[in-house]
Design a protein around this ligand. Structure first.
Ligand SMILES: O=C(O)/C=C/C(=O)CC(=O)CC(=O)O
Ligand SMILES: [Ca+2]
Ligand SMILES: [Mg+2]
Length: 420
């Protein structure tokens, strides 16, 4: 029989007992942030569960990792600790286990309605890297930025291309994004125009949260790389296409992407996603030995982006994609990142790159959806080429199982005008 919680969970909920995603929250304004897991419409306060001595497995019984304002200590402990925490929490929340179910005062202290809490960034992010792993996205961007002759650079099929992103401007879902100002491409011999970006875009992405990481000089083997990934979040790599198009030659994205990156508050673990793992696309040419993995895994996660235009009450779906559109796997990305000896640390964030599918309805950003503004979208009659002030972008992600969902909730942000 399917695992069931004593807490009522609606079948459409993203957070059944099979999921138990991790986040960090404040029960009320001004209170201290602490780790929790989502269950139905509640968050379970893990600092209260730890203080009650209920993390009684061999690895976690004396750990203070649940009394921290972020998850970095838990991330550093590695897969054995994560498995122990999951087993403890699934048992504690199950319908047949009395220790929390029948303890009214503990239930009252540890289970808080999600509607009452403030979610904060769940990790301290030391470094953020963004990959470029959807073939469709690479092809479309290449065509738009560099022309149709050779849209995909020759290195693309041999390595997961990436750039170093900016960790300081990563924000939690719900944070407003200020329209960036900067230089755009000049027309003819005129000087470059300067001002608020006129081509502000979203990018539909997910990101991996790094666990223990590796010592400087010691690469991670691709077949062991999954043990270094705690879980996934939704991510919006906001991009100013005019700033980007002018600045990116030859060193890659800089100010066109460093003004804000939004992540969802809940980290869904790889354990919870395991039932939705699927074969990754066949790679041709065969990758070099350090990237050739015994098991090449993707995940079946349905992704959707909605835009709620300025001044309107309803949001409109602008694209539907799936995580399984990625060509390079998470484990190949991580192994490649460390192959030169570069060290990854607990809490590092690895963006997948924009997740575009093959069909125009599955493109992962407005640059592709409107072909750099040559076409416009209709949001129930409201035209859009790029984002306008007041527009809200809402990403959601879910894996649909037999009678339950493993969901990510949403990742949203609203554009506010440039500051002069
Ligand atoms: O093709 C380019 O020059 C740039 C493409 C991007 O903007 C993509 C980037 O941020 C990586 C990604 O999201 O896939
Ligand atoms: Ca990106
Ligand atoms: Mg960004």
């Amino acid at each position: 029989m399917a695992l069931k919680s004593f807490i009522e969970v609606h079948p459409s909920s993203h957070f059944p007992i099979q999921n138990l995603p991790y986040g960090v929250f404040k029960p009320e304004r001004g209170s201290v942030a602490r780790p929790g897991v989502a269950i139905g419409d509640y968050v379970l306060d893990l600092s209260v569960i730890a203080a009650a001595g209920l993390f009684n497995g061999p690895i976690l019984n004396n750990s203070n990792c649940f009394h921290e304002p972020n998850l970095n200590k838990l991330l550093a402990l590695g897969r054995a600790a994560w498995k122990e925490a999951r087993a403890t929490l699934q048992k504690l929340l199950s319908s047949t286990e009395p220790s929390l179910r029948d303890n009214e005062s503990l239930r009252h202290k540890s289970l808080i309605p999600l509607s009452e809490v403030e979610m904060v960034l769940p990790i301290a992010i030391g470094d953020y890297t963004d990959f470029f792993s959807s073939l469709h996205h690479a092809k479309n961007c290449g065509t738009i930025f560099r022309g149709p002759q050779n849209p995909i650079p020759p290195n693309w099929f041999h390595l997961p291309i990436a750039y170093h992103g900016r960790a300081s401007s990563i924000v939690i879902s719900g944070t407003d994004i200020t329209r960036p100002r900067g230089q755009g491409p000049p027309a003819g011999n005129s000087p470059p125009p300067f001002g608020p970006s006129v081509k502000l875009d979203f990018e539909l992405e997910m990101a991996a949260i790094v666990g223990p990481g590796n010592e400087l000089g010691k690469p991670v083997d691709v077949n062991a790389a999954a043990d270094h990934i705690f879980g996934l979040v939704l991510m919006n790599d906001w991009s100013a296409r005019d700033i980007q198009a002018w600045e990116y030659v030859p060193l890659g994205p800089f100010l066109g992407k460093s003004f804000g990156t939004t992540i969802s508050p809940w980290i869904v673990t790889l354990e919870a996603l395991e039932p939705f793992s699927c074969e990754a696309p066949k790679q041709d040419p065969h990758p070099l030995p350090y990237l050739a993995e015994k098991i090449s895994k993707n995940y079946d996660i349905s992704l959707e982006v909605q835009i709620k235009p300025a001044g309107q009450d309803d949001s409109h779906v602008v694209t539907k994609s799936n995580f399984n559109n990625l060509y390079w796997t998470l484990t190949q990305q991580l192994a490649h990142h460390t192959i030169n000896g570069c060290n990854l640390r607990p809490g590092d964030l690895l963006g997948t790159g924009t997740i575009s599918g093959p069909e125009p309805e599955s493109y992962g950003c407005l640059l592709e959806l409107t072909w750099n503004g040559q076409k416009q979208l209709s949001l129930n009659g409201t035209p859009r080429k790029f984002l306008e002030d007041g527009d809200e972008v809402i990403i959601s992600g879910v894996s649909k199982g037999n009678g339950y969902n493993i969901g990510f909730g949403t990742c949203s942000g609203k554009i506010v005008p440039s500051t002069p």
